[in-house]
Ligand binder design. Sequence first.
Ligand code: R5P
Length: 292
Amino acid sequence: MIFTTCGNSEKVAKVLARKLNAVFSPMQISSFPDGEIYLRFNAEMKGKKLIIVQSFQPDANKSLFQILVAAETAHNLGAKKVILAAPYLGFMRQDKQFNSGEAITSKIMGKHLSMCLDKIITIDPHLHRYKSLADVFSIPHKILTANLLIAEYIQKKIKNAVIVGPDWESYQWAEEVAMKIGAEASCLEKTRFSSRKVRVKMVKPVPLLGRNCVLVDDIISTGNTMAEAAKKVKSLGAKTITAIGIHGLFVDGTKKLYNAGINTIVTTNCIEHETNEIDVTSLLLEELKKEK
Ligand code: R5P
């Protein structure tokens, strides 16, 4: 087994390699003067199982192309199996044509990755309109979830928490986390007007006055969903607000979240960020042990 990365998720990849007594071999990726990708493996691939650990952030487009080139090259060099362990799988929010003429990028990504990978492992992918990853990939796939780790974090750090999903899509995570620790769960309803404009309202009322509110969502991208949700629960009397995101992209930074009244932001290390408090390496480790 050889572990590598295309640049993202290096810390996780190194820990996995060490714990599985495998080699971590960084590949060489750079650009030719005209900007085209240059990629070279430093380790012998023949007969090996290659695990590419790579989140699709930062830079989802670049990551996707790098993974395609790396996987195809590994096969050409004789690798026996190429597995992508993507803690954060990108493109999944574009799961339908919202407007005519649009590309359904999740489908395109799935089609092309399925042609050059043997398996994909990911953590809490954004399954909204898709029922399963089989709607996207035609290769074996495994979904892992950080819900238990999130529940343990809340149990350890936040007393008397009430869990709130900022929209119905996130309620699947909020509800499951709440169930695991026997907490109350509620949900807001979100209307999205554009990538950066959302409005939320409370549809599943639960008393929030003086309570420690934990907002749980799968993705924090621009942060507007979390910010609007925070303003709402604050106006309903929440004493403290913790925002937990599985995948913290923070494309606009974190300032607007704190300005909206959030006291603490917590993410998993599916995407490396200073807010990482929940380590998902153990999830990947258990799954990859089966590949040894
Ligand atoms: C909904 O599609 C997701 O669960 C998140 O709520 C969404 O991705 C958050 O996006 P943003 O941070 O840009 O509001």
